[in-house]
Design a binder for this molecule. Structure first.
Ligand code: DP6
Length: 359
């Protein structure tokens, strides 16, 4: 399998003007993607929970251009407000996917996007945003190219990946693996694949409460972040560890061993931050309140013998993960003991979801 399979040639003459809306979820990685090669190829495999409520909803209006030139033609709005500062990211995305989407320069796109989570929440919208965009484009392509359901999904994920790596895990399935690894048959660096085994009942409706510790802009952009792994002293060991952890979590997700799940997921989160703390330049992306929350979670877990745990992305916010059966007691704990550490007391309750859909 290689990228060439996604190169298609078809006549774009028959593509009609239109409008399409997709909603795509955010996802939270359990084994983290951190480090990439050229062309958005991950250095290691990752797996994530798809979220249910944190979504980007994107409407794309597409109209044939009267005159076509070297440039892409599009406007982007967030919450009905024109966002020219989003343009470079989309321009880069379009450049990367141009060879796979032959009609890109022939249309003017008006893109209206909104998130179900607050924009300035510190929750990255690139995964949900780029997967929604890729879905809209593939919907347009479907006018002239009749791909099988699976093929279309693969190509959508392939395109989304070229926009933002983690976006390829935001299309279909509750658990999505991205990156070639032995434990997962048919896993590939090119796109996300559904976790191919049956997940244990313990993970049904798994809960994720996102504690918004720092709602500011990311201190380290993902591009800068991934680049920190170039020449990092621990890089090779980390990439190897991710394969090992992916194999381990593949078993855990099937046998329902929550104790092992907690240990692995927290270790992954701390490893991600350890990589940032030990790179050159180095960063501490946790805030004092991140640590307060982690310590509170540990104390609560010990006291109650529950399976609540945390994970982090490349920032200070904390994702609190727990089984549905512990929802009442953990939510009570969050309200009583953790909300005080959130900026303006803000948090978002979410749970595992199934993926993107047309609206
Ligand atoms: C820490 O997908 O945002 O959230 O490919 O540069 O867009 P780009 O990076 P991005 O990186 C996400 C990193 C992470 C871990 C993860 O989601 O696996």
């Amino acid at each position: 399998m290689n990228s060439e399979q996604f190169k298609t040639t078809y006549s774009t003459d028959h593509i009609k003007n239109g409008k399409v809306t997709y909603q795509s979820p955010s996802n939270i990685a359990l084994v983290k993607y951190w480090g990439k090669k050229e062309h958005q190829i991950p250095e290691n495999p990752s797996i994530s929970f798809t979220l249910n409520h944190c979504k980007t909803i994107t409407t794309m209006v597409y109209e044939k251009r009267k005159t076509i030139d070297e440039n892409f033609s599009f406007d982007i709005y967030l919450d009905e407000e024109k966002k020219d500062d989003f343009k470079p990211k989309i321009e880069t995305f379009f450049k990367r996917i141009e060879t796979y989407v032959p009609f890109l320069k022939e249309f003017h796109f008006t893109i209206h996007t909104k998130n179900t989570f607050p924009h300035s929440s510190g929750i990255a919208s690139s995964a949900s945003g780029l997967s929604a965009l890729a879905s809209c484009l593939m919907h347009i392509e479907a006018q002239v190219l009749n791909l099988k359901v699976d093929e279309r999904l693969e190509k959508t994920s392939f395109l989304a990946r070229l926009g933002s790596g983690s976006a390829c895990r935001s299309l279909e399935g509750e658990l999505v693996v991205w990156g070639q690894t032995e434990a997962i048959p048919n896993s590939t660096d090119l796109f996300g694949v559904k976790f191919p085994f049956k997940a244990h009942e313990n993970f049904k409706n798994y809960q994720d409460t996102i504690l918004l510790v720092d709602k500011g802009e990311k201190q380290v952009s993902s591009t800068v972040g991934h680049n920190l792994m170039f020449g990092h002293d621990f890089a090779e060991a980390r990439f190897k560890q991710a394969h090992k952890n992916l194999a381990e979590i593949t078993n855990i997700l099937q046998n329902g061993d929550l104790k092992s799940f907690v240990e692995l997921v927290e270790s992954e989160a701390l490893t991600l931050h350890a990589m940032m703390m030990t790179s050159r330049p180095y960063f501490i992306l946790m805030k004092p309140n991140t640590l307060e929350i982690i310590n509170k979670i540990w104390a609560f877990r010990q006291k109650t013998a529950t399976n609540v745990c945390f994970t982090l992305d490349a920032g200070a916010n904390v994702h609190v993960l727990y089984p549905e059966s512990e929802k009442a007691i953990v939510l009570e704990f969050i309200k009583n003991e953790l909300v005080a550490y959130c900026q303006n007391g803000h948090y978002i309750c979410d749970q595992i979801g199934i993926g993107a859909s047309i609206v």
